[in-house]
Design a binder for this molecule. Structure first.
Ligand code: ARG
Length: 457
């Protein structure tokens, strides 16, 4: 098969070597972006009188037909044509003959591939932001249903203080807000056109880079042609934002996995979002949560992979850069599915409010309440802390909780203690008294929810 660059060659590598060098196996995913870039380029060439209006029409017509076959999934991607750019150019040759050769005037695959990736990533990040937004909507809905649902709040995975389950979910809402912000902000650096940088040094043809940028919907153009063809920061930034986002999803997954366990029984996942075991008939496994947690590893790997590819690369284009794509495609696909699966899991889960509540009553998570209460009676907090610590120890020995201690015993510690102490020991009251900004009281959580709905509008 004749190669588009074969002029100075007298021999070809064998097929396996050709396959080794090819990227069509994955860069076909930017086929539409490639056509889009070519359509803008050919328009510009005609407008700048580099090619005739007639040639432009012919090329445009051919490209549109190619676009239609890509959309209809009938386009043949051939490994012997190495990558998506050469595949499309060859197809154009077949359609319109030698005029097709004029399309590559004042252009190189180096600025072409960079343009495709900028287009692809801009579109993908925008759609990921929409997915994230939709997951946040589900989180806030669930938080709203659980403003009053008590659960143990943890530090060191030990019961710490009673909190609202809604409050807990809203913490994830906040993480996703930051993720969304990061992704949205990164678009500024994706939204730049490298087209017209040509191979590395620009071109002698009187091109108009601003015009192609405008046609492609880019906000600006790279100011340095070397940078235009060799910059992959925008992908690195995406992978790093994606890694942080996956880490957040993974933390939530870990909690879901814990909460569905027999030991916790705080939630139950729906049948659609669980799987069974081929040997143990009773099993209902949180596979998708585990899978998201596991897939976080590959997203990190994609980030580290590209960082390593770029480290030590001299300017400008090097074939190493072909290794920038699989990790990007993989991350977009992984994130899209992970966000969808997370949303579905949350939407269809059953919250076992009773079990969560019980769990806040069979523990010592009201110990801080007692210490605070003693402090209001004039006992210095450090001393109150010590007293409560001793009470907890004696309760453990007796197999009771702080709310089971009788009033007389409390009055021996401090005579002014009255019946009201039991109000302080009540876990719901403990939660609702935390009315500081961002605290776990139902009133604060309701405020957070109202604010979240506003933000999500
Ligand atoms: N398939 C190549 C890539 O992904 C396209 C650019 C090729 N440029 C070149 N000079 N070989 O990077």
């Amino acid at each position: 098969m004749k190669k588009l660059w074969q002029g100075r060659f007298t021999a070809h590598g064998e097929e396996w070597l050709n396959d080794f060098g090819a990227s069509i196996g994955f860069d076909y995913q930017m086929a539409l972006e490639d056509v889009q870039g070519s359509l803008a380029h050919v328009k510009m060439l005609a407008r700048c009188q580099i090619i005739t209006e007639e040639d432009k029409k012919l090329i445009e017509q051919g490209l549109i037909e190619i676009k239609e076959s890509i959309e209809a999934d009938t386009f043949d991607y051939l490994p012997e044509h190495e990558d998506i750019h050469l595949n499309i150019e060859q197809a154009l040759h077949q359609k319109i003959g030698p005029v097709a050769g004029k399309l590559h005037t004042a252009r190189s695959r180096n600025d072409q591939v960079a343009t495709d990736m900028h287009l692809y990533l801009k579109k993908s990040v925008q759609s990921l932001i929409a997915e994230l937004h939709s997951l946040q909507t589900t989180l806030v809905k669930k938080a709203e249903e659980n403003t009053d649902t008590l659960m143990p709040g943890y530090t060191h995975l030990q019961h710490a203080q009673p909190i609202s389950f809604g409050h807990h979910l809203l913490a994830y809402y906040q993480m996703f807000c930051r993720d969304k912000e990061r992704l949205a902000e990164s678009i500024k650096r994706i939204d730049i056109s490298p087209l017209g940088s040509a191979a590395l040094a620009g071109t002698t043809f009187p091109i108009n880079r601003e015009y192609t940028a405008e046609l492609l919907g880019f906000s600006s153009v790279y100011d340095n042609s070397l940078d235009g063809v060799s910059d992959r920061d925008f992908i690195l930034e995406f992978l790093s934002d994606a890694s942080i986002l996956m880490m957040h999803l993974s933390r939530l997954c870990e909690e879901i996995i814990l909460w569905t366990s027999h030991e916790f029984q705080f939630i139950e996942l729906s049948d659609q979002y669980s799987t069974g075991s081929s040997i143990m008939p009773q099993k209902k496994n949180p596979d998708y949560a585990e899978l998201i947690r596991g897939k976080t590893g590959r997203v990190y790997a994609n980030l580290f992979g590209l960082l390593t590819v770029l480290k030590g690369l001299p300017l400008a284009y090097n074939k190493d850069l072909q290794e920038d794509k699989e990790g990007m495609f993989d991350t977009v696909a992984t994130l899209t599915l992970s966000l969808k699966a997370m949303k579905g899991m949350l939407e269809t889960m059953t919250v076992n409010k009773e079990k969560m509540y019980e769990s806040t009553n069979q523990d010592f998570s009201n110990a801080t309440e007692l210490a605070d209460y003693l402090a209001t009676k004039g006992i210095p907090f450090r001393q109150a802390h010590e007293i409560v610590g001793k009470l907890v120890l004696s309760c453990i020995q007796k197999g009771i909780y702080l709310q089971d201690i009788d009033l007389k015993t409390y009055q021996e510690i401090e005579p002014s203690i009255s019946e009201e102490i039991y109000q302080f020991l009540d876990s719901r009251n403990a939660m609702n008294r935390r009315t500081s900004h961002g605290g776990t009281s139902s009133s604060e959580v309701a405020k957070m929810i109202a604010k979240a709905w506003q933000e999500l509008q």
